[in-house]
Design a protein around this ligand. Structure first.
Ligand SMILES: Nc1ncnc2c1ncn2[C@@H]1O[C@H](COP(=O)(O)OP(=O)(O)OP(=O)(O)O)[C@@H](O)[C@H]1O
Length: 259
């Protein structure tokens, strides 16, 4: 199920270092939002705050709210492990578990959440997730072979299958194509278009054309100056950000004048 994300007055710290300041934005269900901006402005940090992943770093914390269909992920009593079940994540480098088979890679998160999954249920989840990740046809005859034997692009689609196997509400992607060749990149971009039919998708990308191709909404982050926290400068439809942004800094970045 796809859910709406609302980020309210979000500040994020790594110990004493104030990494990101005052982020406010809404992300609609069944849409793709791209985070763009120069290196170090906090895109990955904000992305990771949407499933509380930044908290695994010692001393990291945040203030403000991240609401999923109105429920604050940082509210009292909310278990971060539960949050990570609702909000899946795909990383820059494909990271299948190398010794596990393709089948067991898809099921890894499912088994953590529910050890009682039956064999027929497991088979159904494997096929459905690999179909949804556009990988089924390529691997259906070798589900027992190691995930590490696949190409880089296939491994990334396997990681996407693993992320969606747990039926999350949101899929986060941190530069999912940066380690891939152009053909594999296009396969992942096609997949992102399909994923938004069922999920809320948020992607960090350094590739402007990719942001323009895959996203409905774009958020531009920037540093006011070195040493200051990153800020959300502007968020709007991708069409507007790329053709008629309100802020000069956005226009300068889009047109390659800086960043
Ligand atoms: N684990 C960490 N410990 C301390 N500081 C960190 C950590 N991770 C990130 N930072 C700092 O937080 C700021 C934001 O980093 P972040 O990785 O979110 O930026 P980014 O916009 O995603 O950058 P890039 O585009 O280079 O990936 C940077 O100053 C970075 O050095």
């Amino acid at each position: 199920m796809s859910k709406r994300i609302e980020i309210k007055d979000l500040d994020i710290y790594y110990g004493k270092f104030h990494a990101v300041s005052g982020v406010n934005m809404t992300i609609q269900p069944r849409s793709v939002t791209a985070f763009i901006g120069s290196s170090g402005c906090g895109k990955s940090t904000v992305l990771r705050s949407i499933n509380r992943m930044h908290e695994v770093i010692d001393g990291a914390y945040s203030t403000g709210q991240v609401l999923l269909d109105g429920v604050d992920l940082y509210g009292p009593g909310v278990d971060p492990v539960r949050v990570r079940r609702q909000v899946g994540m795909v990383f820059q480098r494909p990271n299948p578990f190398p010794t596990m088979s393709i089948r067991e890679n898809v099921l890894a998160g499912v088994r953590l959440n529910n050890s009682k999954v039956t064999r027929p249920q497991a088979e159904e989840i494997v096929e459905k997730s690999l179909q949804a990740a556009n990988l089924w046809k390529e691997v259906k005859d070798r589900l027992d072979r190691p995930g590490s034997g696949l190409s880089g692009g296939q491994q990334q689609r396997l990681c996407i299958a693993r992320a969606i196997a747990i039926a999350p509400d949101v899929v986060l992607m941190d530069e999912p194509c940066s380690a891939l060749d152009p053909i594999s990149t296009l396969a992942i971009e096609d997949l992102i278009h399909q994923l938004k039919e069922e999920y809320t998708v948020v992607i960090v990308t350094h590739n402007m054309q990719q942001a323009a191709r895959v996203s409905d909404q774009t958020a531009f982050f920037n540093l006011k100056e070195q040493g200051k926290p990153g800020e959300l400068i502007e968020v709007a439809s991708t069409e507007k950000i790329f053709h008629n942004p309100d802020q000069k800094a956005t226009e300068d970045y889009i047109t390659g004048r800086f960043g």
